[in-house]
Design a protein around this ligand. Structure first.
Ligand SMILES: [Cu+2]
Length: 339
């Protein structure tokens, strides 16, 4: 595919003549446009280039070797870092024997670079190299993943980090009122750590899909979350059970799939010995799980959530916070360790 002219595209968004008197917009449209304007910052930057090689690999998370897909030999794929204003040039080299793709989740970019096969970007054939090129016009924590078949479930996901160009500037909220000033959250921490949460199943993703379609109890049995008729009758919920069965709804239908492991970066248990007591650490959390929500908490006390879905927010102190699965999983959390 040819290089895309990004300047033309982002320029269009910037030239939105919001204040021109002859431009009529209803309040909602104007509000939406002003939100987009406060979100999109076109700043000068460098061209940052990454080469990503997608390859078959063998992993061993459970004591058994299983096929997976890695990028540059890694699961999760390497974290790609840019500063807002930069131009991203990401070369995807498909070393697989099947088509592949990369989708930049939640990223404002021209359609051709979006990476969804048969919708925005053509699939990338085996042996092919594809250039994704776009101007970074936002900051925050995002993620990227394959959008072909079930490759994401086989390991093709990674963090996408867009740094603020000027961290000393207090940022404007993009959520409600564009006039609302955000505290410069970058002053609240002195170290950063990126966490990619995901799941691993030894079963092939295609097999999981097949099993889900049959709607049987196999995963519920494995997780010990089945319910017998006797239990339902004893709890006076026999009618509910029948209704749920008629709807093919499981007794404890929170998450359907049985996973062998939950992964924090590349391990089911992970440590970060580089941090000491008293450090203020910003955790950039991406939930790359295909179907799991994770509760995030800190054994040492409360945590302060400073961002969600890639946006900064007014900090909130909480005991736990929920990280949603893949579709919404790009959050920033600040853990304040005791001093
Ligand atoms: Cu996505």
């Amino acid at each position: 595919m040819k290089d895309m002219d990004m300047k033309k595209d982002t320029g269009k968004q910037m030239k939105m003549p919001m204040n021109e008197p002859n431009m009529k917009m209803d309040t909602t449209a104007a509000e939406a446009a002003s939100q987009i304007q406060s979100k999109v910052n076109v700043l000068p930057g460098k061209t940052i280039r990454y080469n990503l090689f997608v390859n078959d690999t063998l992993v061993n998370f459970t004591g058994r070797k299983k096929r997976a897909i890695a990028i540059n030999g890694k699961i999760p794929a390497p974290a790609l870092t840019f500063t807002e204003g930069d131009t991203a040039e990401i070369y995807l080299h498909n070393m697989l024997h099947e088509e592949t793709s990369l989708h930049w989740h939640g990223v404002i970019l021209p359609n051709q670079a979006d990476g969804v096969p048969f919708l925005t970007t053509a699939p990338i054939a085996p042996g092919e190299t594809h250039l994704y090129k776009f101007k970074v016009v936002q900051n925050g924590t995002y993620w990227y993943h394959s959008h072909s078949a079930l490759q994401e479930q086989a390991g093709m996901y990674g963090a996408l980090l867009f740094k603020t160009r000027d961290s000393s500037q207090p940022k404007k909220s993009t959520m409600h009122h564009s006039s609302m000033e955000m505290p410069g959250s970058n002053e609240l921490f002195d170290k950063e750590y990126t966490v990619v949460l995901s799941e691993w199943a030894d079963e092939k993703p295609t097999q999981i899909q097949r099993r889900l379609r049959t709607g049987n109890d196999w995963y519920a049995i494995k997780k010990g979350s089945t319910q017998s008729y006797a239990e339902a009758i004893k709890e006076r919920h026999f009618k509910t059970k029948l209704t749920n069965e008629w709807k093919r709804m499981k007794a404890m239908n929170v998450s359907d799939v049985y996973y062998n492991r939950f992964l924090l970066n590349d391990k089911s248990e992970n440590t970060a010995p580089e941090f000491k007591a008293g450090d203020k650490i910003k955790l950039k959390v991406v939930n790359a799980g295909a179907s799991s929500y994770f509760w995030l908490g800190y054994a040492g006390g409360k945590i302060t959530v400073v961002g969600n879905d890639g946006n900064d927010m007014i900090p909130v102190e909480v005991s736990y916070t929920l990280s949603y699965d893949g579709r919404n999983g790009k959050s920033i959390y600040l853990y304040q360790f005791p001093g």
